[in-house]
Design a protein around this ligand. Structure first.
Ligand SMILES: NC(=O)C1=CN([C@@H]2O[C@H](COP(=O)(O)OP(=O)(O)OC[C@H]3O[C@@H](n4cnc5c(N)ncnc54)[C@H](O)[C@@H]3O)[C@@H](O)[C@H]2O)[C@H](O)CC1
Ligand code: K
Length: 481
């Protein structure tokens, strides 16, 4: 099963791998033609009702594969208003090839008897539908439903939400659906025959994080709690730079407000780094259990907490981390020494743990040289922990026990100290902006690696962790093909 949001991501990732949407449309249209071929008799009249989006584009391709039938393509709207280049090219190809193709702009022009079809292909709207069908689609759908003619829908019956199976108004009552790549959650509840067609999307488009995953950002902006997230970084003690790196990275990854909680001496030093960070020190030179109540208070107003950068591994510090997590029920990123308390702690919090392979072993997890084997081990361990794991390596493996993604950006120069702190900060910021922890962690690993690659272009193996944060914004942008 795949949601429409994820499908759009996979589609974009496939294009980044060199499998264009145009190629996918060709396969989709071909698959629909095969399904029609199985249902139609020779000389049958087949009417393809095409909308102006890519769903319609699929059926325009289908028309080229159905020349043994009496096929006619009907476009709802003027060709100039076709919404995508690839759909328009497929329409133009029909017209140029002198294949039967007509357009109507007004539903009053739609008279099914005029075509007398033995079968109708419904390609008015696919996953791009929002709300109730508008005109002329709504009237056309009603007339198709009223006629006694079999309907094969492309991807999803027009007007139906592929995620829920619901329709906000009239929707096509399909006899069969040819859906692409994977089954859609909304189709099961419909009374029709569903065929899933392989359209040649490589597995890599789902497994490897890519530019398509950026679609998780900035969508549904209205539905988010705080606009772009508030992050609390808890770190510092034996190390000063770590919490500052994480905090700066979180800002660059789009968090609106980043607060740092750290020992007073560390706070003084971080404040010297500039005006962007809101730093508040706690007494002493290490995190200790006496600080926990105040931290829980502060964390309650944040979207995410980032725990670990530079905290060290004093017994009292680890005890404080465990106490914090036991009392916290929000979303938190846990990194570095703080990771070792995770397996023992009983928490309501939703954690994203970012160990390297050594830290993973300390947590009780197993690892393997081969990334595919490692991905299986990480998925099992994430399932046992009940948290999301982002295991760093040449291939970063991200899993929540159910789904697994792999990030393959980055370079050997990134083994320098501090790049993990940057990643923890980016993860915290993205976890404050994206609904799914898995998605946030996957995107963070990918963007951090890209920032590292951009830094390596300039500095080679001499790159420093502090080169990364300012390269995060570009790394979170889709530069297109
Ligand atoms: N995902 C893939 O890998 C592939 C999918 N393909 C097909 O493309 C469609 C989705 O195409 P898209 O252009 O995004 O959207 P639609 O064709 O569904 O809609 C187009 C257009 O319609 C307008 N619209 C939205 N809501 C309504 C409404 N209620 N009434 C009228 N008009 C409406 C809106 O402007 C939309 O932009 C997918 O289903 C597959 O069939 C490709 O083949 C490539 C591979
Ligand atoms: K459709």
């Amino acid at each position: 099963m795949i949601s429409s949001e994820r499908m759009a991501m996979v589609d974009r990732n496939a294009a980044a791998l060199g499998v264009s949407t145009e190629q996918l449309m060709e396969s989709s249209g071909n698959a629909v033609a095969r399904a029609v071929g199985e249902r139609a008799a020779p000389d049958d009249r087949v009417l393809l009702v095409c909308g102006r989006g890519n769903n319609g584009g699929d059926a325009m391709v289908t028309a080229r594969f159905l020349d043994e039938f009496e096929t006619e393509a009907l476009l709802l709207g003027r060709p100039e208003t076709i919404r995508t280049d690839i759909a328009r090219e497929n329409w133009d190809a029909l017209v140029e090839s002198d294949l039967p193709a007509r357009t109507i702009t007004d539903s009053r022009e739609f008279d099914l008897d005029e075509y007398g079809p033995d079968l109708v292909v419904d390609a008015m709207l696919g996953t791009g539908v929002t709300g109730a069908l508008r005109e002329p689609e709504a009237t056309v759908a009603r007339r198709l439903n009223a006629a006694d003619v079999p309907i094969v829908s492309v991807d999803v019956p027009s007007g139906v939400d592929a995620d829920t199976g619901e329709a906000a108004g009239t929707a096509v009552d399909a006899d069969a659906v040819v859906t692409f790549h994977d089954d859609k959650p909304g189709l099961a509840s419909l009374d029709c025959d569903v065929t899933v067609a392989d359209i040649g999307i490589p597995d890599a488009a789902e497994t490897f994080v890519g530019p398509g995953d950026l679609l998780a950002l900035g969508r549904d902006a209205d539905s988010h709690k705080g606009d772009n997230g508030e992050v609390l970084v808890v770190g510092g003690g034996p190390y000063t730079g770590a919490p500052a790196l994480a905090a700066r990275a979180a800002l660059r990854a789009g968090a609106d407000l980043v607060r740092v909680a750290c020992p007073v001496p560390v706070a003084r030093e971080i404040q010297g780094y500039g005006p962007d960070l809101i730093v508040r020190g706690f007494d002493g030179d290490r995190l200790a259990p006496r600080h926990v109540a105040d931290l829980l208070d502060r964390a309650a107003d944040q979207d995410t907490a980032v725990f670990g950068p530079g905290l060290g591994s004093d017994d009292a510090t680890l005890e404080a981390v465990a106490e914090f997590l036991a009392g916290y029920d929000g979303r938190a990123v846990v990194d570095a020494d703080a990771l070792q308390v995770v397996p023992e702690v009983d928490t309501e919090a939703e954690l994203i743990c970012t160990p390297h392979q050594g830290e993973l072993r300390t947590m009780g997890g197993e690892t393997a040289r081969d990334w595919r084997e490692r991905a299986d081990l990480v998925r099992e361990f994430a399932g046992e922990l009940g948290h999301t794991l982002l295991v760093k390596g040449r291939h970063d493996v991200i899993s929540d026990g159910a789904e697994t993604r792999v990030g393959r950006t980055g370079n050997p120069g990134m083994t320098v100290g501090g790049t993990g702190d940057v990643l923890a900060g980016v993860t915290g910021a993205l976890a404050a902006q994206v609904d799914s922890s898995l998605q946030a962690a996957a995107l963070a690993a990918w963007a951090n690696g890209r920032a590292g690659d951009a830094a390596a272009d300039e500095f080679g193996d001499g790159l420093a962790a502090s080169d990364l944060p300012d390269r995060i914004p570009q790394a979170l942008r889709d530069e297109g093909e």
